[in-house]
Design a protein around this ligand. Structure first.
Ligand code: WTA
Length: 660
């Protein structure tokens, strides 16, 4: 693992250092919002937070009993044998029952669990009762296909209700889902399926995106040529485009469905039963299979949704994240449905047919909460206020942001233009690994300061340290660690516990290392600066530079490649790759395009480099390590600053700067 040094990396995103943030504007929750909030004062936040960190067992015992439905009560709250945590030992529950069955026989039974809108404009509503029988049917179907507790199921679907149904049906029978984002390539699907040895794949003929069909089934077919573990494929008919069905392996969703029972008695599983694996980029090698288990994860997702999104029975909540990301797991599916709210699910692009699609839908469906990413907010700003002003956004009462630091400018625009100065904004910091929100305002309590995620959630105890693990004073940039276990933390990396220890618990023994740089200001607010490792954040998506370099290395023309990020107005960071070619290959514009396409094929369109730069040589230390810090500076068009004494040959830098 490359051990990052602190300073040079902390400039990755200096969006927090703007003139606006220096004015220290603070937005207090309105008395009206406070009165109706699930948590309505700083005093209550402080009291609960103090209890959660000083008496975690008492706090979590009460929360787990209040918020989850147990079949068998737990006997022990937390067992921490660093770096392995076990939560709610002895307890048994069913996650799908906690998201569906608990609402049956209550006033929620016939309310909308999901309001779906497809990109072409088709609308469907599914009540909690209907969700129950959809999930029950698929639980039976999966079981009849021989899928049982602990078996892995890969889901590669568009954003349609059936994706949610598939996830919940897995949870119901104790199968472990791994959702693969619909933008990943067949190579990426193959790697993930082979890593977790999935038995069953659930996909669709396609999904709608920007008026076109994204062909999912044919991509799956190419992947399945190299995945011996897969026995069956269920295919949803969504777009009606032609697909090839392999006899004996593939079955249509609607055919699988015929005649099955409508009720499924859910079995109870151990608190630590695996719920899902979600692959995410790391600073080295192949993506990591982050493993989350049942009770602790669900409690994290449920409790944060209750407090941070202030969810109410009357809410129609819209999260624009895809279910292929952790945000889609925790805040499209598990946190929202376990709270019995109404989930609004949208299939397509925010600018289809016009850049006002979100505002038009918020107006038409009367949506109350919007949770989206800064990269989307920057695009909305660029598209112009007129698209927003055409619509009535009075139904909105709360806004959220996730995935990267939100600049104070974007925050203020979101607040004024979308929230009309009325809606609190929760800037939520968390990670695939943390499972649920870790740092965020409580919308009815915390004064919001644009650009900061403000304060830790219950049970979260972060610290900021230097490279040696010594705490840095307030106001100083440090690396962020979390010093105590929390219920929704990852349990390990699938099939690689050593890498789990190495990645998260080796740099600062005893503490979870987030990989993020951050600082705490004198008011106690947390400013997240960005990754300090070799992970980029492109449009809110994590991309490991090592993964991109690995993909480029498989191209016959490439001798060596280095990937770095440069600041980008729209994407946050853009991906720049420096490539040296093998002799006999000419540095042509066509080859640049071919290399971009190659990365797209190996990983997916989201990882396609924004810029390919050819180089005669890469800057290296005397021991042969590529100096990414220098490449970052060159990619950003800046001067090469800092210590270059370890550089083997400075002329390499001059040559690179001379290139485009
Ligand atoms: C970044 C997404 C600043 C951070 C839920 C983290 C953020 C990585 C914020 C995790 C935020 C996420 N402010 N940075 N509010 N939220 N990040 O695993 O660098 O896709 O480590 O999880 O996104 O990305 P992931």
């Amino acid at each position: 693992m490359r051990t990052p040094t602190l300073k040079p990396h902390l400039n990755v995103s200096d969006q927090t250092n703007t003139s606006v943030s220096r004015k220290k504007r603070s937005f207090k929750p309105s008395a009206e919002f406070q009165r109706q909030a699930n948590l309505g004062s700083m005093a209550s936040y402080k009291k609960l937070h103090a209890e959660s960190v000083n008496s975690p067992d008492t706090f979590w015992k009460r929360m787990a009993n209040e918020h989850l439905v147990w079949r068998k009560p737990f006997t022990k709250v937390c067992t921490w044998k660093e770096p392995h945590a076990k939560w709610f030992t002895g307890g048994r529950l069913n996650v799908s029952e906690n998201c569906i069955d608990r609402h049956l026989g209550t006033a929620r039974e016939n309310k909308a669990a999901i309001i779906f809108e497809g990109e072409p404009g088709d609308v469907r509503t599914i009540t909690y009762r209907q969700l129950y029988f959809h999930v029950s049917r698929f639980a039976h179907i999966f079981e009849n296909m021989g899928v049982g507790p602990g078996d892995r199921v890969a889901i590669y679907m568009p954003m349609v209700p059936e994706a949610v149904i598939a996830m919940l049906a897995c949870a119901r029978i104790g199968a472990v889902h791994t959702v693969i984002f619909g933008g990943f390539s067949s190579e990426a699907i193959k790697d993930r399926i082979n890593d977790c040895k999935a038995k069953l794949v659930i996909t669709a003929d396609g999904g709608w995106r920007r008026g076109k069909v994204v062909e999912l089934k044919s991509t799956v077919d190419r992947a399945l040529a190299g995945t011996p573990s897969v026995q069956s494929v269920i295919v949803l008919k969504r777009t009606g485009n032609p697909v090839t069905m392999q006899e004996g392996r593939d079955i249509w969703w609607h055919d699988a469905w015929k005649g099955g029972p409508n009720h499924h008695k859910a079995k109870a599983f151990d608190s630590e039963h695996p719920l899902f694996i979600l692959y995410t980029s790391g600073s080295t090698g192949k993506p990591k299979g982050v493993l989350h288990t049942s009770a602790g994860y669900l409690l994290g997702a449920k409790l944060t949704s209750h407090y941070v999104f202030d969810l109410k029975d009357t809410d129609r909540y819209f999260c624009s994240a895809d279910i292929g990301w952790i945000t889609g797991h925790s805040y499209v599916v598990y946190g929202i449905l376990s709270n019995g709210a109404t989930l609004f699910l949208y299939e397509g692009a925010p600018n289809q047919p016009e850049p006002d699609r979100f505002w038009e839908m918020i107006d038409r469906h009367g949506l109350t909460i919007l949770y989206t990413a800064p990269t989307a907010i920057r695009a909305f700003m660029r598209w112009g206020d007129n698209y927003v002003l055409k619509h009535n956004l009075d139904s909105l009462r709360l806004l959220g942001s996730v995935g990267e630091p939100i600049s104070p400018e974007a925050w203020l625009w979101y607040h004024k233009m979308i929230g009309k100065g009325r809606c609190p904004i929760v800037d939520t910091w968390w990670q695939t690994e943390t499972g649920s929100i870790m740092i965020s305002p409580m919308p009815g309590a915390t004064p919001c300061v644009p650009g900061t995620a403000t304060l830790p959630f219950f049970g979260v105890s972060p610290k900021f340290v230097d490279d040696k693990g010594k705490e840095v004073p307030r106001g100083t940039d440090g690396k962020m660690v979390i010093t105590k276990p929390w219920p929704s933390m990852l349990r390990t990396l699938w099939g690689d516990d050593e890498r789990f220890k190495q990645t998260y618990f080796s740099e600062f023994p005893g503490w979870y290392f987030t990989g993020d740089g951050a600082r705490q200001d004198k008011d106690g607010n947390f400013w997240i600066i960005g990754r300090v490792d070799d992970v980029l954040n492109v449009s809110g998506h994590r991309i490991g530079t090592a993964e991109v370099e690995g993909a480029l290395a498989t191209h016959p023309a490439v001798a060596e490649a280095a990937a770095v990020g440069r600041p980008d107005d729209l994407k946050g960071q853009a991906l720049v790759v420096f490539v040296t070619l093998k002799t006999g290959h000419a540095a042509t514009p066509e080859l640049k395009e071919a290399l971009r396409a190659h990365v797209g094929k190996e990983i997916g369109a989201i990882a396609k480099p924004d810029q390919v730069r050819f180089a005669a040589a890469l800057p290296k230390t005397r021991s042969g390590k590529i100096m990414r810090r220098i490449l970052k500076q060159i990619a950003s068009g800046g001067e090469v600053k800092g210590d270059t004494s370890t550089l083997e040959d400075f002329s390499v830098v001059a040559a690179l700067q001379a290139e485009d």
